[in-house]
Design a protein around this ligand. Structure first.
Ligand code: SF4
Length: 446
């Protein structure tokens, strides 16, 4: 009997890339290939790259360099380069890695099958990048096995021009999916047994019904939250300036909207926000935070922060620390600024920040945030939380899950009750760390 052909996908980056990898995997499954965790055993290898990482293209080329060695043992092996770096590099990637068979950009994920077949039949090397107007989104091809939540892309790309960000180049202009298609996908996911739905987009709350500006993200949230069987609903990533009062009100209206919001602020200084081209000031961000907490007092907020942006003074950085202390974020994703090719920030007439200074500011930020986070987590000890089971833990007999407020909880298997990823159970929090909680199964009292 012939050995089944296998594929290996390495995924870097955000949930959008994770979901794209599931779309790529589904097309390979449709061609009869099976997934493997071992690149050396694969007949197709895909690197789904992310450009948010520092020295992203260097890292991608180094990984592709490792994969190309596998062709010495398997000359039928096909190697594909996907994701944000692939989108940017295009032909250049084929020039640099002669063993690379194809490049599939973020706007053409659904073309993998066609590209691979063409490659196999003709032996030609192919570049499929750009953002065709008529690009498809085949929701049925997405592999959902092993997933604990139902991720649904509602908007792709971004029309904004934050001076540090590469997304408009790598993901193209904004493109919204029609509400009817989104609702259909959500209903299918519920039928498959998903009780948590996550709506995805680079600027998720800028969703508009395509062709008619009559419906916005508040309407969409309202409709999705009302779909029977949606027990938990979240969305990522929101842009502060686009967050309307109607969207805020959804947190008061729908109990199944999770008590968590990722709201990237990037800096606590108005001066820096201006040079970043963010289009809002700290005062309006804080006002939004206040209104959100009125609508949902227990709302946990997380954020993104860039430290050492060109021109950032010690005083600007102090304002970032002050903001962190004032808002008391449940978690912070912070990085030292590093220039990305094709973005405006490196061309701004602003002094660069010494790497040592940026890195010491980052450490100070982590220290401040770590203390806040530990305190916030300690406040949860003794409470009972509904947890979505995300999978088995590293320690035998332990499972992991996420609360509605997106905290990670490790808990012991609730014997004799069998649980599985994707189910909801109640857990009593027994101990708090800065980055996770420990708990025990809390059986319902009858
Ligand atoms: S809004 Fe977000 S995705 Fe769009 S350019 Fe700004 S940082 Fe990038």
């Amino acid at each position: 009997m012939n050995k089944p052909r296998q594929y290996f996908i390495e995924t870097w980056g955000c949930q959008m890339n994770e979901l794209d990898s599931l779309r790529l995997a589904g097309q390979l499954n449709r061609q009869g290939l099976q997934k493997t965790q071992d690149a050396a055993a694969a007949d197709v290898i895909l690197l789904n790259s992310c450009s948010v990482r520092e020295k992203a293209s260097q890292k991608a080329y180094s990984r592709l360099g490792e994969y190309r060695l596998l062709k010495q043992k398997n000359e039928d092996l096909k190697i594909g380069f996907c994701g944000c770096v692939a989108q940017q590099q295009g032909d250049e990637a084929l020039k640099r890695i002669k063993e690379l068979d194809f490049v599939v950009g973020t706007g053409r994920v659904d073309e993998l099958e066609r590209v691979l077949e063409h490659c196999r039949n003709t032996g030609e090397r192919i570049v499929a990048t750009g953002f065709p107007e008529d690009r498809q989104y085949d929701m049925d091809v997405i592999v959902r096995d092993g997933q604990y939540k139902g991720m649904v892309t509602i908007i792709e790309g971004c029309n904004k021009r934050c001076t540090f960000c590469i997304v408009p180049t790598t993901r193209g202009p904004e493109r919204c999916r029609p509400m009817v298609q989104i609702l259909e996908e959500v209903e299918k996911l519920v039928e498959k047994g998903f009780c948590e739905i996550e709506l995805l987009g680079q600027t998720v709350n800028h969703w508009r019904e395509p062709g008619a500006d009559l419906l916005d993200f508040a309407d969409l949230l309202d409709r999705v939250a009302r779909v029977p069987g949606v027990e938990r609903l979240r969305f990522v990533t929101s842009y502060p300036r686009d967050f309307t009062q109607d969207m805020v009100d959804q947190f008061a209206t729908h109990a199944n909207l999770c008590s968590y919001l990722h709201l990237p602020v990037q800096s606590g200084s108005n001066r820096v926000l201006k040079t970043m081209g963010r289009g809002y000031e700290i005062e309006s961000y804080l006002d939004l935070v206040e209104r959100l907490r009125v609508a949902r007092p227990e709302l946990a907020l997380s954020t993104d922060l860039i430290v050492g942006f060109p021109g950032e003074t010690a005083e600007d950085f102090e304002q970032t620390l002050a903001l962190v202390r004032q808002v008391r974020f449940s978690s912070v994703f912070a990085f030292c600024y590093s220039p990305r090719p094709g973005t405006a920030a490196p061309r701004l007439p602003l002094p660069e920040i010494e790497p040592e200074i940026a890195s010491s500011r980052l450490q100070e930020l982590f220290k401040t945030q770590g203390e806040i986070q530990k305190q916030l987590n300690e406040e949860l000890v003794g409470d009972c939380h509904e947890v979505l089971v995300t999978g088995q833990g590293k320690q035998p007999g332990y499972w992991n899950g996420r609360t509605s407020c997106h905290r990670i909880v490790h808990f012991q298997e609730p014997a004799p009750q069998a649980i599985k990823a994707g189910s909801l159970i109640d857990v009593e929090i027994t101990h708090a760390n800065a980055h996770s909680l420990l708990g025990r199964f809390s059986p319902p009292t009858s």
